[in-house]
Design a protein around this ligand. Structure first.
Ligand code: AMP
Length: 154
C-alpha cells in the first residue's frame, strides 16, 4: 500500500494524467489494413487502440502486427491489404484500466506497457494513460515529498 500523502501527490489534478479519447488516434476494427497503415504512418505512434462500432475497446494495432499478418501472403499487392481488416491483425490480449483502478495497479501494468487504455464498466473507450505522464508525476511526487515532509529512518 502506498501512503495517502504519496497517493495525493500522484493523483493531483487527476484529469491531467489522462489523454481523453477525442485526442487519441484510434482505428476501428473493420477498417482495412491499407487504411490502418496510412493512419499509423501519419500519426507516427507505433501502437494505437482499436475500437468496434459501439466504441468499445477491442484491440491494439501496430505496423509490426500488420507486417506480421501479411508476411505469409504469397503475392502481396494493394488489393490484399484492402481485403484484410484491422481485426485480423490486432492484438486482443492486453490489460485495460478504469478510472477507479488503483494507481498502484496502473503503475504495475505500465512496467510492461507504454500506455494503457481506460474504459468504463461497459468497456467503452474513454482515453489512455501513458507511462510518460506517470513518470513525470512520480518525479514531481519525489520532489514534493522532500519539500513537504521530513523523512525519518525507522
Ligand atoms: P508517449 O508517452 O507520448 O511516448 O506515448 C507512449 C505511447 O502511447 C505511444 O507510443 C503511443 O503508442 C501511445 N500514445 C500516446 N499518445 C497517443 C495519442 N494521442 N494517440 C494514440 N496513441 C498515443
Amino acid at each position: 500500500m502506498i501512503s495517502a500523502q504519496v497517493q495525493d501527490l500522484l493523483l493531483q489534478e487527476k484529469d491531467k494524467l489522462f489523454i481523453a479519447a477525442e485526442k487519441v488516434a484510434i482505428l476501428e476494427e473493420d477498417h482495412t489494413l491499407d487504411h490502418a497503415m496510412l493512419v499509423l504512418a501519419h500519426v507516427r505512434y507505433s501502437l494505437i487502440p482499436v475500437v468496434n462500432r459501439q466504441n468499445k475497446i477491442t484491440g491494439l494495432i501496430s505496423l509490426a502486427m500488420i507486417l506480421n499478418q501479411i508476411s505469409g501472403l504469397e503475392d502481396l499487392n494493394a488489393n490484399e491489404l484492402h481485403q484484410l481488416k484491422v481485426k485480423e491483425a490486432m492484438e486482443t490480449d492486453f490489460p485495460v484500466v478504469t478510472m477507479e483502478t488503483d494507481i498502484e495497479d496502473v503503475m504495475n501494468e505500465l512496467v510492461d506497457q507504454s500506455f494503457l487504455c481506460i474504459t468504463n464498466d461497459d468497456r467503452e473507450f474513454l482515453g489512455i494513460i501513458t507511462r510518460k505522464e506517470i513518470l513525470k508525476r512520480v518525479n514531481y511526487m519525489v520532489h514534493e515529498l522532500h519539500k513537504r515532509y521530513e523523512l525519518v529512518d525507522r
